[in-house]
Design a protein around this ligand. Structure first.
Ligand code: NAD
Length: 261
């Protein structure tokens, strides 16, 4: 197993892309620390599934990543439980869809805190642990909105552009150290995050659910298909492989051609 003995912290792994990434790393033997919100039953089921895949214990850490202190405590708790962090997938993220004039300032702060500042606090805390082992993999889940904008998503677009800037900067600061830092930028992936923004998009654009799916979401994705969480997880796993040791500071689009136009 490729990642046996490695410790992976995947944020936002109680759902969607994060859970799929945790599964792919666990299937290669990594010990998984999961995080995110979720009902106790479903979190217990996720931990059981990951432990079975990896053959190692999976621990759930319920940190609220909008809080800087929680980010630092999360890394400390993973270190206390498992002895370090070898792989960080900074994946937790939220969205809010509204015109900038009425965009709630509190939502702006929350989106910036979770989608941009959390990766900063996590990276800052894990780097000393990775430098100690001269090996590490840091992957941020960004978005096509790291390179292009969509109306009514000001905070999300700003945060995702920012996180890729952070990834590039840390890649330069760690180049040659055995640590790589990259971003994966999905187009539309069918997860609760997409499902939940449909009502807001319906309101903002005055459309039906079907119109939002066909004319807004999949119309913008040339393939006309959603990206699957397993496809993103496979790329994340590849970035952990020895063959990916020279890939750093990259921002991989997986978007059915969205950003090719
Ligand atoms: P999701 O809603 O299924 O999962 C989000 C995860 O983040 C959940 O586990 C949730 O509990 C966690 N989370 C939210 N707020 C948190 C907080 N304050 N503290 C800790 N955890 C918190 O969403 P997803 O689609 O799997 O999104 C994962 C990442 O992928 C996000 O960064 C998102 O921006 C990005 N992304 C998603 C899509 C898409 O189409 N789904 C496209 C591009 C990028």
């Amino acid at each position: 197993m490729l990642l046996k003995g490695k410790i992976a912290l995947v944020t936002g792994s109680t759902s969607g892309i994060g859970f799929a990434c945790a599964r792919s790393l666990a299937a290669e033997g990594a010990t998984i620390a999961i995080n995110g919100f979720g009902k106790p039953d479903s979190v217990a089921a996720i931990c059981a599934e990951l432990s079975e895949l990896s053959g190692a214990p999976t621990v759930y850490f319920p940190a609220d990543l909008s809080q800087p202190e929680d980010n630092r405590n999360l890394v400390q708790q993973v270190q206390d439980s498992f002895g370090g962090v070898d792989i960080l997938i900074a994946n937790a993220g939220i969205q809010h869809v509204e015109a900038v004039e009425t965009f709630p300032s509190q939502k702006w702060d929350e989106i910036l805190a979770i989608n941009l500042s959390s990766p900063f606090h996590l990276i800052k805390a894990v780097l000393p642990l990775m430098r100690r082992n001269q090996w590490g993999r840091i992957i941020a889940t960004a978005s096509i909105h790291s390179t292009v904008a969509s109306a009514f998503k000001s905070a999300y677009v700003a945060a995702k552009h920012g996180v890729v800037g952070l990834v590039k900067t840390v890649a330069l600061e760690t180049a040659g150290s055995g640590i790589t830092v990259n971003a994966i930028s999905p187009g539309y992936v069918w997860t609760p995050l997409v499902e939940q923004q449909i009502p807001d998009t319906m309101r903002a654009r005055g459309m039906t659910r079907e119109q939002v799916l066909k004319d807004v979401i999949l119309a913008a994705q040339p393939s006309g298909e959603f990206v699957m969480v397993e496809q993103i997880a496979a790329l994340a796993l590849f970035l952990c492989r020895p063959e990916a040791a020279q890939i750093t500071g990259a921002n991989y689009m997986m978007d059915g051609g969205y950003t090719a136009r």
